[in-house]
Design a protein around this ligand. Structure first.
Ligand code: AGP
Length: 610
């Protein structure tokens, strides 16, 4: 989820580019860079870390020129470093890119074989070399870009400039956002509207498959094949702050709705649907190592712990490997009996949570293999792990984790399927079916988010004064119930408990009275019948029942006060859907109560203390 900006016009562009990158800061970054044409040649300045590091570089090496591009990197391939920072240059071509190129390794091998000198670990540099090769054949920049993109598979928003064509930027978009800002004898482009509002509120939002030649006086939009397209110019009325949240009131709400895209980006390049396989090079486990796994330990904190609980279910049910679920803060302290042949999966959105980092280090010291699932490339936990299987959810700004939770579920499910397909626990047919089902999840999530939002707003309004809420779930929905309770607690400050539905009668049922809303996750899965009985037990004692059920379940409708419906799907994918109304419920209760949704009291996004 990088930030990209471009300018062509009459002003000195370096300050404009830096200002644009600063307004994209919420997109996260671990390095930044500019490429500016000074009238004679392309000058490139890049720096690791915060934007101010780039600014201090530029203060020592001023960049003059009125054609330029700028980039802040949120690493997906290749650790944060100056050499991996954008813009990437090949010959006379400079490129900045936001997205994930799925076939870059194959293209890289071909380029190296043809004598190209590749210096970074990024997929973006490959694009620069492809364009350069076509430009050297005498193609105009836009035609060289066109020819290069025909070879590329994956997500991209790119801006390209050339040392020899000093009046234009060429931009192209597929699955990653790119907008053009229209000025007066100057034009802009960026990955997001906030970078443009300082200069213009007239924008063109490009669609997948679009490309454009942008000069100071003209924007010519075409398909990749060169067919002219007419795109509507929008007048944006947002303030810059609103624009950073894409018009949502809080980052948390924006991130709840970003989940389908976050899952798509996490799955990207890893689901080989044609052959029914998970591409698992980055998992770093040989077939023999997989077959030698004695036990899996899932270690995490908070929301990531509830993702880990889901992962335990996946590993046992799909890969048939004994799996332990461990609170990171407890794991190290009990001096666990763990060693050779044990696999530890350390899950952490930030990759910096000290409890999880110390637990992973302890496991390594005892001889276990550690795989990390993190959302931040090159963060502390991946750095000490034997392998990392990253989520690609983009920076999560809201302290309450939402899109990283479901992205973690997708990573854990892919890891379980990969292991199960290599230790013989799953037949090829079942593997293919799971992969197909996983590929459908983002669209199902979109349907649930759109279909349940208004109902959940009404529920939050109706129960906003509740002093306690009980969340019940079984099987794969127990971690979802626990996560739903945590969301409500941490952002609305309302006391909530997540509980195993089957356990309620062993104590918590004493809590139930007419003032207690009980949210019951009772989709049509292999636990429905028993959970339905628990729902009836709560109902019989006067509880207000809010059920999350499979669409059309009239029996559940008949015994509940409210029902939020999700589409029918296989067991493994249900948590991706049942968690969504719970996230929305917590958000709207907190919003109605007026708490600080994005930065709740007492909380930090990353807990780096024990
Ligand atoms: C989740 O909403 C909380 N912010 C918190 O529980 C968080 O999940 C926990 O601190 C773990 O963080 P990590 O995933 O970055 O390790």
């Amino acid at each position: 989820m990088c930030g990209i900006v471009g300018y062509v016009g009459k002003q000195s562009c370096a300050p404009i580019l830096i200002d644009g990158l600063r307004r994209l800061e919420y997109r996260g970054y671990d390095s930044a860079g500019l490429a500016v044409h000074d009238g004679t040649s392309l000058k490139v300045v890049r720096a690791v870390g915060k934007l101010r590091n780039l600014e201090s570089e530029i203060s020592q090496r001023p960049l003059a020129g009125s054609l330029g591009i700028g980039h802040t990197r949120w690493a997906t391939h290749g650790r944060p470093s100056e050499i991996n920072a954008h813009p990437h240059v090949a010959g006379k071509i400079a490129v900045i890119h936001n997205g994930i190129i799925e076939n870059y390794l194959k293209l890289r091998a071909r380029l190296v074989a043809s004598g190209a000198r590749i210096v970074s670990d990024t997929d973006t540099e490959i694009i620069a070399h492809l364009i350069d090769q076509h430009a050297r054949r005498g193609l105009a920049l836009e035609d060289a870009v066109r020819a290069a993109l025909k070879e590329v598979e994956g997500a991209y928003a790119i801006v390209v400039i050339s040392e020899t064509e000093t009046d234009k930027m060429v931009v192209a978009k597929n699955a990653s956002p790119l907008v053009i800002g229209l000025g007066d004898n100057e034009n802009f482009c960026a990955s997001d509207i906030p970078a443009l509002l300082q200069h213009t509120n007239r924008v063109i939002i490009l669609e997948d498959g679009d490309m454009a030649v942008v000069t100071a006086s003209r924007v010519a939009i075409t398909t990749l094949e060169g067919k002219a397209i007419d795109r509507h110019t929008k007048a944006i009325s947002w303030s810059p702050v609103m624009a950073e949240k894409a018009g949502y009131k809080h980052f948390m709400l924006k991130e709840i709705f970003e989940q389908p895209r976050a899952i798509e980006d996490t799955l990207r390049g890893r689901l080989d649907r044609e052959h029914g396989e998970i591409s698992g090079e980055e998992i770093g486990l040989s077939k023999q190592e997989i077959q030698d796994i004695q036990r899996i330990y899932l270690v995490a904190c908070g929301t990531s712990y509830y993702a880990a609980m889901t992962g335990q279910y996946y590993f046992e049910r799909l890969a048939r490997i004994r799996s332990n679920l461990e609170l990171a803060s407890e794991f190290r302290g009990r001096d666990p009996v763990i060693g050779e042949g044990d696999l530890v999966v350390a899950i952490s959105q930030s990759g910096e949570t000290l409890d999880t980092l110390m637990a992973a280090k302890a496991a390594k010291e005892k001889g276990a293999k550690v795989i990390s699932i993190s959302n931040v490339i090159g963060s502390a936990i991946p750095r000490i792990s034997d392998a990392s299987f990253y989520t690609h959810a983009g920076p999560e700004i809201g302290v309450a984790s939402t899109k990283c939770f479901t992205a973690q579920l997708s990573a854990l499910l892919m890891l379980s399927i990969y292991i199960a397909s290599h230790n013989g626990a799953l037949e090829a047919k079942r593997v293919k079916s799971l992969i197909e089902g996983l590929a459908r999840v983002p669209q199902q999530m979109r349907e649930v988010l759109q279909g349940t939002r208004q109902l959940v707003v009404n529920l939050a309004k109706r129960y906003v004064e509740a002093k306690d809420v009980l969340f019940l779930g079984r099987g794969l929905n127990l971690p979802v119930a626990l996560e739903g309770a945590l969301k409500l607690k941490e952002i609305s400050y309302v006391h909530a408990e997540g509980y195993a539905a089957g356990e309620m009668k062993h104590g918590p049922i004493a809590l139930i009275d007419a003032n207690l809303p009980v949210i019951v996750l009772v989709p049509d899965d292999d636990c429905r019948e028993r959970t339905k009985s628990n729902l009836q037990e709560a109902k019989a004692r006067g509880a207000k029942i809010i059920a999350v059920a499979t669409e059309g379940d009239e029996e559940i409708h008949g015994m509940s006060d409210e029902v939020v419906e999700i589409p029918r799907t296989d067991n493994e994918f249900i948590p991706f859907l049942t968690v969504l109304p719970l996230q929305l419920y917590a958000y709207y209760v907190a919003d109605f109560k007026g708490t600080d949704v994005d930065q709740p009291r007492n909380l930090a996004k990353t807990v780096t203390v024990e």
